[in-house]
Design a protein around this ligand. Structure first.
Ligand SMILES: [Zn+2]
Ligand SMILES: [Zn+2]
Length: 708
């Protein structure tokens, strides 16, 4: 069957609806013989020269056919007109079998419409998908080429009529609506892949991928029809052939590697050199700065000493002045002894004594003045301490609490009263007023103590003198007496309305733990009133008793020794030796080392200028101590520190002399030597025999909140 010619639309509809069965010629003929008598195929041609076929029972009349066609085209049968092949009108009563049936039971008729508005067109015949049962197919005759045979092809309608398995029926239109779920058959059974006899399941799937690049590939060449730009082209020309050895020799890779390494090493070297040079410059700068600092500090010290000589303020300053006077006196005595003899010498000594007395008087006057200042400062501090409200951090929300008690308020009132009384620049009326206020307060409080009576008496006398026109300078002593008595009265617990209660409580508490008996004056004193140095074993004699001893001895200026100690400590701290014995020693110890061990002059140059001398480390890698030190000038110390070995630089005798002095130091500072050795091994200080735990106490009494 080579060609099937049929109407396109018809074929499409048929494909959709029916299964086309092509019978063989024999079977077709057989079917015609059997069934052609009953069924007649009518081929209708419409006005547009299209045609369609329908098969009917041969017993049907034209009227019946018209009714069927009317249903097919949805028109009333009356307007239909059927003509035979000669275009003659056919009577309605004429049955189909009366027609001249062709070989395959086919009748050709014309179908027209009498109504011009309703045209009958062949394409409308299948609108309602009336299944076609027979079609005519023209095929090439295999026996006679270029001759065609027409075959009748029957189309079997195998659509099944769906049984009503569920759904509903519209009672108005009587249309059945089938339930989609119940109408759908069960799903296909799931068959595992290994049970499937299918090519896809039985064929192994290969995937191949290409990894190698193409080594031959088509390329486009420029010719007349194709223009390819060659601007970026690189024209390569084959050079002369060279072997692998020649090529390696020409490229010379090891040499290049060596060169890179050489450059890299040079770069690294330059970098390291730069860093080192920076470090070197930094060290030089720091060294210079440190030296400048030392010079500056030395100059500052000299300046301070000069000021202290002119305006002495501290105990040390006065000691220095006394030392100066003593030195001057000794020099004068030596001069007199050398130059004079007999009565002249006696008279010179007398003049010297007078001069010395004068100098000492001047110094003592200054001292008295300083003492007064100190007393005044002490009084101010006393009032500040008792007048400051109590302050503490509360446990409740860590609040800062400040409590102004009646006592502190009263203390501030007394302070105001005292301040106005002590003001020396007041005019006459205001001075009288201040004195009157004090007297009024004493009388209001009904004091009957001896002090208050004395104060009132003195105030009365002072007021009378002021009213008689005496100036302050004339009344100074009287005024001071009043102040002093008032202060004494304020310190009397029965008369001061409890303003010193807190202070006394604190003092008692401190004294409870910290009281030592002075074996000379038999007084109980706190530890800060005793001298403490590295050789102290017990607190025996208080500072004031020692002062009396010192007055009898020639005075010594301790400032240079203090400075030497300061230098030692700074150096030790710089070198990271925090446990050095230098932090235990005091100024007196240094004075002993300098004056008694090293005899006050440099070990090398015999320089005896105490301001130029320093105590340096003997062995620079060990911590400073009295048994590892040497007294040298600053310049000598610089050279000494640069020495790697003493042998060769110093004579054997000199080294031995230094070692002897170290031995002296060890013997004198036996206790410190013992401590120094134990500290190095990290022994607990509290376990050391005879150790006293000293508490740092400031000059100003601090009142803890627990003492309210
Ligand atoms: Zn009193
Ligand atoms: Zn004493």
């Amino acid at each position: 069957m080579n060609e099937i010619r049929t109407d396109f639309k018809l074929r499409r509809e048929l494909d959709k609806m029916c299964r086309v069965v092509f019978h063989s010629t024999e079977s077709l003929e057989y079917s015609i013989e059997d069934e052609s008598l009953d069924m007649i195929t009518v081929k209708f041609t419409t006005v547009d020269d299209n045609f369609f076929t329908q098969s009917y029972s041969s017993k049907l009349t034209i009227a019946n056919v018209k009714v069927i066609l009317g249903r097919v085209f949805s028109v009333p049968p009356l307007i239909l007109k059927i003509l035979d092949s000669d275009e003659n009108d056919i009577s309605d009563e004429k049955p189909l079998y009366t027609f001249d049936v062709e070989l395959y039971g086919k009748v050709e008729l014309f179908l027209l419409s009498t109504d011009p508005d309703r045209k009958i067109l062949a394409e409308n015949a299948y609108k309602d998908l009336v299944p076609v049962d027979v079609i005519t197919v023209r095929v090439e005759d295999p026996c006679y080429p270029e001759k065609y045979r027409e075959l009748i092809v029957e189309i079997e309608d195998r659509r099944i009529k769906k049984p009503f398995l569920g759904g509903f029926v519209n009672t108005q239109t009587h249309l059945e609506y089938h339930n989609g779920y119940s109408q759908t058959g069960p799903p296909k059974p799931k068959v595992p892949p290994w049970m499937k006899n299918h090519r896809d399941t039985q064929t192994y799937f290969y995937r191949s991928r290409m990894y190698d690049a193409h080594y031959e590939r088509a390329q486009q060449m420029a010719n007349e029809n194709t223009w390819i730009p060659n601007v970026n082209d690189k024209i390569m020309q084959a050079g002369p052939y060279e072997t692998a050895e020649e090529r390696e020799k020409r490229i010379d890779l090891p040499e290049k590697i060596r060169r890179i390494q050489r450059y890299f090493r040079a770069w690294k070297m330059r970098k390291a050199l730069r860093a080192l040079s920076d470090e070197y410059k930094k060290r030089i700068r720091l060294e210079k700065e440190y030296e400048e600092f030392l010079i500056r500090e030395d100059a500052e010290r000299r300046r301070r000493e000069l000021i202290a000589k002119v305006f002495p303020r501290t105990k040390e300053d006065f000691r220095m002045l006394h030392a100066m006077v003593h030195r001057w006196k000794l020099a004068e005595i030596r001069k007199i002894c050398e130059n004079f003899s007999g009565p002249a010498k006696i008279s010179e000594f007398y003049i010297l004594l007078e001069k010395e007395i004068q100098l000492l008087n001047t110094i003592d006057k200054q001292r008295q003045k300083m003492k007064e200042d100190y007393e005044m400062k002490k009084e101010e501090e006393f009032f500040l301490t008792i007048g400051t409200p109590l302050e503490w951090n509360s446990n409740y929300r860590n609040l800062y609490v400040q409590m102004d008690t009646l006592e502190t308020q009263k203390a501030r009132q007394y302070h105001d009263l005292f301040r106005t009384l002590r003001d020396h620049d007041l005019c006459k009326e205001r001075r009288l007023n201040a004195l009157f206020n004090v007297k009024k307060q004493l009388q209001d409080q009904d004091h009957n103590c001896q002090l208050s009576n004395e104060i009132v008496e003195l105030i009365d006398r002072c007021c009378v003198l002021i009213s008689r026109g005496f100036e302050y300078k004339q009344l100074e002593m009287l005024q001071k007496r009043i102040e002093h008595l008032l202060m004494k009265h304020l310190n009397q617990r029965e008369c001061n309305e409890g303003i010193t209660n807190r202070l006394v409580r604190v003092k008692e508490k401190v004294m409870h733990q910290d009281l030592f008996l002075c074996q000379r004056c038999q007084k109980l004193k706190s530890h800060n009133e005793f001298p403490i140095d590295s050789r102290t074993k017990l607190l025996r004699i208080c500072n004031s008793c020692i002062w009396i001893d010192k007055v009898q001895q020639p005075p010594i200026n301790m400032a240079p020794y203090a400075y030497i100690l300061k230098c030692i400590r700074r150096e030790e701290r710089r070198k990271g030796a925090q446990s050095s014995v230098a932090f235990v020693l005091g100024n007196e110890d240094i004075q002993y080392i300098v004056d008694h061990i090293w005899h006050g002059h440099s070990a090398l140059s015999e320089c005896d200028d105490i301001h130029a001398l320093r105590l340096a480390r003997w062995e620079k890698d060990k911590e400073w101590s009295p048994w590892n030190c040497v007294l040298l000038t600053t310049e000598e110390i610089r050279n000494h520190n640069q020495l790697e070995k003493f042998e060769g630089a110093y004579e054997y005798e000199f080294i031995e002399k230094v070692q002897h002095k170290h031995l002296d130091g060890k013997v004198y500072f036996k206790k410190a030597y013992k401590y120094g050795n134990t500290v190095k091994y990290g022994v607990d200080w509290s376990k050391i025999e005879g150790h006293i735990d000293f508490v740092a106490v400031n000059s100003k009494v601090r009142i803890p909140p627990t003492c309210h």
